[in-house]
Design a protein around this ligand. Structure first.
Ligand code: NAD
Length: 385
């Protein structure tokens, strides 16, 4: 792992950042934003950095992950894997890594010989994640994979097998786990601060009419594949339970030509062992972004909930306010610290990605059959945080 000395200003960034996270109005028992990192990790020497290569230079890599890397403490953009290596010197100019660290997809295996790159971050159409995750592990790299981890449970399992064979680490790009509003939702729900959770209503809707992989089933498109992990996860970490069954209802398409072969929207209800239910919606014909939880004694909600910025939290007692964080920078820093210390306990492991693919498959099966579908997990998939 290459070591780079950080400048003072960058070194101080995260300290100031964390200091700015104090909450202004808190629910009972809340103190400061919960940290995702252990004490040992906070004490890491500040000159350790992990080299990350972005694979797939579409919107998410270009507009979110690249800029977020500049705000990390333990990561640096060390290379890219792209379909257009000849024209992707825009990354080279902005992030200043060696020119030989631009790879085409065909040259992927060459990563095995590259010591600058420790982690491959896969931000490809979801159907390509399994193939490139396996290649990255074979090249001896750790992997962060974007959501959804894979189109099928079988493929997700194969990715985990490849990880274990390589002895490397894997996390999923579940950025909201590193956001203070969502950490507060976990606390309020799982600690039953307002009594037991009875019902959740989670909607993530993003108006989409630009085609691409989101409208192509072969590439892993569809509203549940793209947006489902957010609403499913929110239901799980607010209840502290994994759903035992789902009832889904595909809705009539508003733009059938554009969304031929994929779901333009979906409504589904997740059933939890406690009796709580989560009514979820994913949708490409409108914009809506809500996480709402009703409890025995009141409610809590975030709106907008799943976007990168601008969250607003509220309970029946009043407004919850946290400072703004860069979710992706925190997510990548957390993984980097765990790589540096050898701590395997990422809060967003591949098993969580597999769990969510299993639930997504059940949603689609229920929508197709019109039947309630029960969901069985292996023990290591039963992650409730
Ligand atoms: P995008 O379409 O903008 O980018 C996809 C990239 O994959 C492009 O660079 C494209 O050239 C490349 N690619 C390689 N092979 C391809 C092929 N055969 N067909 C099509 N494209 C191919 O998509 P995006 O919005 O950047 O999404 C990429 C991944 O990031 C997805 O898994 C998505 O779910 C995830 N994502 C996550 C978030 C988040 O907030 N965590 C937000 C947006 C996207």
């Amino acid at each position: 792992m290459k070591k780079i000395k950080l400048s003072g200003s960058r070194r101080n960034f995260l300290k100031n950042f964390s200091a700015g996270l104090a909450t202004m109005a808190l629910a009972p028992g809340a103190s400061m934003v919960q940290s995702c990192t252990s004490k040992a990790q906070e004490d890491l020497p500040e000159d350790r950095q992990v080299g990350i290569a972005l694979c797939g230079l579409g919107w998410y890599s270009t507009d979110q992950l690249g800029p977020a890397l500049l705000e990390t403490k333990y990561c640096r953009l060390a290379g890219v894997i792209t379909g257009t290596p000849e024209s992707d010197d825009r990354f080279l100019k902005k992030y200043q890594f060696p020119e030989e660290n631009i790879f085409s997809y065909e040259e992927f295996d060459r990563l095995a010989d590259n010591e600058d790159i420790d982690v491959v971050y896969l931000a490809l159409p979801p159907a390509l994640h399994p193939e490139f995750a396996k290649k990255a592990f074979q090249a001896g790299k750790h992997v962060i994979v974007e959501k959804p981890m894979a189109p099928t449970v079988e493929e997700a399992k194969e990715m985990l097998e490849a990880r274990d064979e390589a002895g490397k680490m894997m996390s999923v790009g579940y950025r909201v786990h590193f956001d203070p509003y969502h950490q507060e939702v976990k606390r309020l729900g799982q600690e039953e601060v307002y009594g037991s959770v009875e019902k959740a209503e989670n909607t993530f809707a993003m108006y989409w009419d630009r085609g691409g992989w989101r409208t192509d089933r072969d590439l892993g498109g569809g509203s549940v594949y793209d947006l489902g992990t957010y609403v499913i996860q929110a239901a799980i970490y607010s209840t502290g339970e994994v759903p035992v069954a789902v009832r889904a209802e595909a809705q009539e398409k508003q733009r059938p030509d554009k969304f031929e072969g994929v779901d333009e929207s979906m409504k589904f209800t997740l059933e939890f062992p406690s009796g709580a239910e989560a009514e979820c919606e994913t949708n490409f014909w409108k914009d809506e972004d809500i996480l709402k939880v009703e409890t025995a004694e009141g409610y809590f909600e975030i709106e907008p909930a799943f976007d990168y910025y601008g969250q607003r939290g509220e309970t029946h007692e009043g407004v919850i306010h946290f400072g703004q964080v860069n979710q992706q920078a925190r997510q990548m820093d957390d993984f980097a610290q765990r790589i540096i210390t050898g701590d395997q306990n990422t809060p967003v492991p591949g098993e969580m990605g597999l769990r969510d693919v299993r639930i997504i498959e059940a949603v689609y099966r229920s929508a197709e059959t019109g039947e309630r579908v029960e969901i069985d997990y292996t023990d290591d998939e039963k992650i409730v945080s």
